[in-house]
Design a protein around this ligand. Sequence first.
Ligand SMILES: [Zn+2]
Length: 356
Amino acid sequence: MVDADALPTQSEKKCIFCGKPPKSKNKEHVVPKWLIGLTGDPKRIWHLGVETSDPNRKLRQFSAQQFQFPACTECNERYSDLEGRTKGFMVRLLEGGDLKASEWDDLLDWFDKVRVGLWLGNMLLNKDWPTPTPNFHIDERIGKKDRCLLVYPNRPEFRGLVMSGASDPVFMHKPSSFILAVNGLIFLNLSSEFLLSKNMGFPFPNEVSYRDERAYIENFSAESEMKTPVLDFPFHKPQVGVFQAILIEAAMNDEKYAALVESEYAASRMIGRHSMKSRICTFEDVGVKFHAPEEIVEKSNIPKNDLRPSSDYYAQLYHYRQYDLDVAKTHFPGNTKFLEFLKQYNLGALEQVGEL
Ligand SMILES: [Zn+2]
């Protein structure tokens, strides 16, 4: 059951939303109760991660309900409406229904929340790993960076909740991709700075220099046209794939960036005049389409020949990470040894995917 040593000590208690010591203490269920209830017995045991310091890689077990972390009451309540709406979206998608573009935008916010929450939570639970000190919390990361969600069919008879790639050292190092499988659907979520902007025609930096594990960006330009495929990695065709470019607040001080944001191409594709978010974009069947907020985003039919076993949908996350770690090696050659360790770990994770 709960390994007391793995839980946060008093001095480390920070609200996972605002990053400050929790005011009028509360607990946030990073994986919400409604989702646990929707996918099986709420009291079930989860197998969350392994202890890597143990040569026998002992499984660490928690009940689903115990996976909760410090939060301010006020912070927690701020997100309760989003949770309520997301439950409705999830139920509708599982029943085969569609969402409006504005609802996908909302759902992408929720995926940011869960992804960052899992990152912060799993770092507290896995201190034996080389985990970084978190430099942001949930509030600072919702709707702030380019993001997409690819939705795939799961095994039809599957009922349960799977979080894949959200508790390993690769995710601790870069919490920008993970999979959440909810009963019959597999959601692959990606989000990072300038992940999509260049290929979606929005402003991007021409010059990126890498020093001290950080990227420094300058000399912005924009193609003002769509280049497909938008992602540089060949993901399988999804049932629904929604893409959203997000402007970078910090870059708005750059004159060139601010001017490109005002260009006809970019301005006409934002959700609203002062929004930092682009309209939800899809690429399937009908070609490139930016959806007005009230528009329904329709699913694509995956031709039978393109349909894959669910393990392939899981596996592509880890293939993508191998590719992404290789890219990181070219940016940060001084970090090669650590990135190679992550690649080895990632290959191990890929081997386990067949068991999902
Ligand atoms: Zn707080």
